[in-house]
Design a protein around this ligand. Structure first.
Ligand code: FA5
Length: 353
């Protein structure tokens, strides 16, 4: 029996896991276990011997049970300790950077400009990038074969099968093209609305042009249009002045020089004084809406059964390039970076929202 005891206790102490412990329990205490068999054999012993051996066997059974219990507790604890070790997390480790996108610098600049004009009471609207010849040229007093069309080298769409909705949901007239400026939205907006109003139109425009560090075939403009009774050139200058102040602070100034655009009279090109760089930035064209544009709008409205609405009013319009301002704002030396599709460039604007 001593042997049995020693063997059992040693085996239990060395059991590697709960499974092994279970096997040992069956081996000693199970229905056909070693100890159980010894107990059964008691019946055949003489009384005195039976009593003494019975006590000893009971003591051994208790000892084995206790040993099993202890070992089980130890194994469970061990397993828990190992699990904790395995799943340990070091909260002091530096985090893994999560990629979040950012806004494109042109979008950032565009939003900044729109916000400036919104604060001056302008509403922002958008027009289609595929445009008809009528809105991009004819209605803006640039008829076919007019030399002024050469001011804008155009990407034309091929074929006759395309159709495009006009400002009133009707089919737009004329051949289709990629708009060469945001000015066609002047006509679209006027056809569908009545004055007075103040709008800005941000958007992408296209020109069939050789590119260089300051010229792209795809770029962005912000158009402005204000129409109402008694609107004058002074209001135009005031609007551009407010833009300059908002962009470059109280030291900034504005400059207007006469220039020809078919859809304004008088027409001007304007520049803003950039105090930090100590230079004039040529931003775009502007002027008073040409009577012929109002006339084209009235005629269009009439053909759709709408009253003229553009009589006895005046208006000013401007159109400026957004890339130029973004290049200064973000210190970008070449306009071709914007849409060159290089991640290294774009990643610099990560997280700027
Ligand atoms: C126009 O597009 C006129 N629609 C502006 C206008 C609107 C005049 C309303 C009067 C009334 P222009 O072609 O000059 O004008 O272009 C305006 C501005 O767009 C330019 O001053 C310049 O800042 C920018 N721009 C023109 N061509 C390019 C180009 N290839 N790449 C980048 N920016 C350009």
């Amino acid at each position: 029996m001593r042997e049995l005891e020693q063997e059992a206790l040693a085996a239990i102490r060395e059991a590697r896991d709960l499974e092994a412990l279970k096997t040992l329990k069956a081996r000693y205490l199970g229905k056909r276990g070693l100890l159980t068999q010894e107990m059964k054999a008691l019946a055949s012993l003489p009384l005195e011997e039976r009593k003494a051996k019975g006590q000893a066997l009971n003591a051994l059974k208790e000892a084995i049970e206790r040993a099993l219990e202890e070992r089980e507790k130890a194994l469970v604890e061990e397993e828990l300790r190992r699990a904790l070790e395995r799943e340990r997390q070091d909260v002091s480790l530096p985090g893994v950077e999560v990629f979040i996108g950012g806004l494109h610098p042109i979008t950032l600049m565009e939003r900044e400009l729109v916000e400036i004009f919104r604060s001056l009471g302008y509403q922002a609207v958008e027009g289609p990038e595929v445009e008809s010849e009528f809105f991009n040229f004819d209605a803006l007093n640039i008829p076919e074969h007019h030399p002024a069309r050469d001011m804008w080298d155009t990407f034309w769409l091929e074929g006759e099968e395309h159709s495009l909705p006009g400002p009133l949901g009707e089919e737009a007239r004329g051949r289709l093209l990629l708009r060469t400026h945001t000015s066609p939205m002047q006509v679209r907006y006027m056809v569908a609305h009545t004055p007075p109003f103040r709008i800005v139109v941000p958007g992408r425009v296209f020109r069939f042009e050789q590119t260089d560090a300051t010229h792209e075939a795809v770029f962005h403009q912000l158009e402005g249009l204000v129409v109402g009774k008694g609107i004058t050139m002074a209001h135009l200058k005031g609007a551009i002045y407010e833009l300059a102040q908002a962009l470059y602070g109280p030291e900034s100034r504005v400059r207007f020089q006469p220039v020809y655009f078919p859809f304004v009279e008088p027409g001007a090109q304007f520049a803003i004084w950039w105090p930090e760089g100590r230079k004039w930035l040529e931003l775009g064209g502007a002027g008073m809406v040409h009577p012929k544009v109002f006339q084209a709008v009235n005629e269009y409205r009439k053909s759709r059964g709408l009253p003229p609405a553009y009589q006895g009013v005046t208006g000013f319009a401007f159109g400026l390039g957004i890339e130029r301002l973004a290049m200064l704002r973000y210190n970008i030396p070449d306009i071709r970076y914007f849409f060159g599709g290089r991640l290294k460039f774009l990643e610099q604007f990560r997280g700027i929202l």
